[in-house]
Write a protein that binds this ligand. Structure first.
Ligand code: F0G
Length: 482
């Protein structure tokens, strides 16, 4: 994929696949979009799909399947127990990652649920490069606490650090000295740190972290949900890895850790998940819980057709052409927005293009949720659904005060193998228009606020009539265009 040069010198990521099955999209007029937004309480999760043009909420379960995945699903062996299809997945995991023991689950957070119940005790600490929402919620529910150990510069939106997901080794050593390894349930490595913009961790850093953990008898757990993009970045950004194949890099990473889990809604182009273990005793700790919470050992809550799809999807994850498409589309979008002076997370990461809402909407204070406000404005202006990754995604402090997020981001997720370049250009154009009209955009307030994971189901309302003004300006500038 990275070898195609254009005569005119343009740098355009060319897809190494073609569409064989398509889904018709609709783009509603802006007045209709406004009605749907109100109905959804300004929460992008509550929008109906019929009202959405481009769905950039998430890549989770939204990646396009290949012809080989679809055909594998058709011939899956759907036995309740002992299915051939399940054993094929187990074999693929051994082959690619070198893990001999596996437990299937219905999706990523189910891995987190079982791992937290199996390993986290009251008062424990879980060091990690950066937390993920569901991971932290499960660890907290078991009485544990997450400690984030990225470098301070990792949460600066715009710098040139190619591996913002790296652990600050000094912080890690200090934490181990302070709390002692007995109180550390495990160390969690997120390959491709979701909440700080899909930023990767280097192989060199994983090696150092793993060495320290082995020396201190700390179990290492890798969240490999975003491993696909991270593998791409290791190959293209880490000098020592540029001549290694994706398979070699994957094997090396996996050899450094004890447990790996993944959401197959992201890794493997499917919908499911699983936990891989180096040793049988680690698996044994969670096995009984699997049959209680997920399903029998050879399906774990997943449809057997999904299992067949994931086995093939993991194979495709080892194909550099296949895994380049996502990060290269994201880089294109980041570069184009950057050229228009729109504040974005740089360097471009995996998962999606991340806009710095705190800077984009500098006139909106954190307590009025700049990132959530920008998602509402983007939907109004374009019919594109994006995701708030800022203060509204945080939980309040125990005293009820607001816990302000380190970053106020809007994520324009780019599910793999789904969008075309003209759709990305459309997104760039509408976001550019919004930036030119940013002063019209106002804040939001919660009208219904659940205590746990409020961003999923909470409802919000605009603080003024800014959405009417935005619609009026849109009509003025775009006339009868959708
Ligand atoms: N870990 C990471 C790094 C994730 O990004 C996610 C999900 C999970 C775990 C949980 O997996 O959804 O299958 O239960 N991220 C989705 C997202 C929800 O939109 O970023 P799950």
């Amino acid at each position: 994929m990275n070898k195609i040069k254009f005569f005119n010198g343009a740098e355009i990521p060319v897809e190494m696949h073609r569409a064989k099955v398509i889904q018709k999209l609709t783009l509603l007029p802006i007045e209709e979009r406004k009605k749907y937004l109100k109905q959804a309480g300004n929460n992008q999760f509550l929008l109906k799909n019929e009202a959405i043009f481009l769905d950039m909420l998430t890549d989770s379960g939204m990646n396009a399947r290949s012809d080989k995945q679809v055909s594998a699903a058709m011939t899956a062996d759907d036995a309740y127990a002992g299915s051939r299809t399940y054993f094929e997945l187990e074999e693929k995991i051994k082959e690619i990652f070198g893990f001999d023991f596996f437990l299937p689950v219905h999706q990523g957070r189910a891995c987190e649920h079982l791992l937290a119940k199996g390993f986290v005790k009251e008062g424990d600490v879980v060091p990690t490069n950066y937390h993920f929402t569901t991971t932290r919620a499960h660890i907290n529910l078991c009485g544990g606490k997450v400690e984030e150990l990225v470098f301070d510069s990792a949460i600066v939106c715009d710098n040139d650090d190619p591996f913002k997901g790296n652990f600050d080794i000094e912080k890690l050593q200090r934490l181990i000295d302070e709390v002692g390894s007995d109180r550390i349930s495990f160390l969690r490595i997120e390959t491709g740190t979701n909440l700080i913009g899909g930023q990767p961790i280097s192989l060199g850093n994983i090696k150092r972290v793993s060495e320290i953990c082995r020396r201190n008898s700390i179990i290492t757990v890798m969240d490999a949900s975003l491993l696909q993009d991270n593998l791409y970045f290791i190959k293209v950004r880490e000098e020592e890895c540029k001549d290694k194949s994706i398979r070699e890099i994957t094997k090396e990473i996996a050899s450094l850790i004890d447990i790996m889990y993944f959401s197959a809604r992201k890794l493997g182009f499917g919908i499911g998940g699983g936990i891989c273990f180096k040793t049988a005793d680690l698996r044994e700790k969670l096995k009984a819980m699997l049959t209680l919470h997920e399903g029998f050992l050879t399906y774990g809550g997943m449809s057997i057709r999904e299992i067949a799809s994931i086995t093939q999807g993991l194979e495709e994850t080892m194909d550099f052409d296949m895994i380049s498409q996502g990060p290269r589309f994201i880089k294109y979008m980041v570069d184009e927005l950057d050229k228009r002076n729109i504040p974005v997370v740089k360097p471009a990461g995996g998962l999606g293009c991340h806009i710095d809402a705190r800077k984009f909407l500098a006139h909106i204070p954190d307590e009025n949720y700049s990132a959530a406000s920008l998602t509402a404005a983007i939907y109004l202006a374009s019919g594109i659904r994006t995701m708030e990754r800022g203060t509204a995604s945080e939980e309040r402090n125990p005293d009820g005060s607001e816990h302000f997020a380190a970053m106020e981001l809007v994520r324009c997720a780019i599910p793999r193998r789904v969008f075309t370049m003209s759709q990305i250009d459309y997104a760039i154009d509408r976001i550019h228009w919004l930036y030119e009209n940013k002063n019209i955009i106002g804040g939001l307030k919660f009208t219904q606020e659940p205590e746990i994971l409020r961003f999923f189901t909470g409802e919000m309302a605009p603080l003024s009539n800014w959405q009417d003004k935005l619609v009026a300006k849109f009509k003025e500038d775009f006339g009868d265009s959708l």
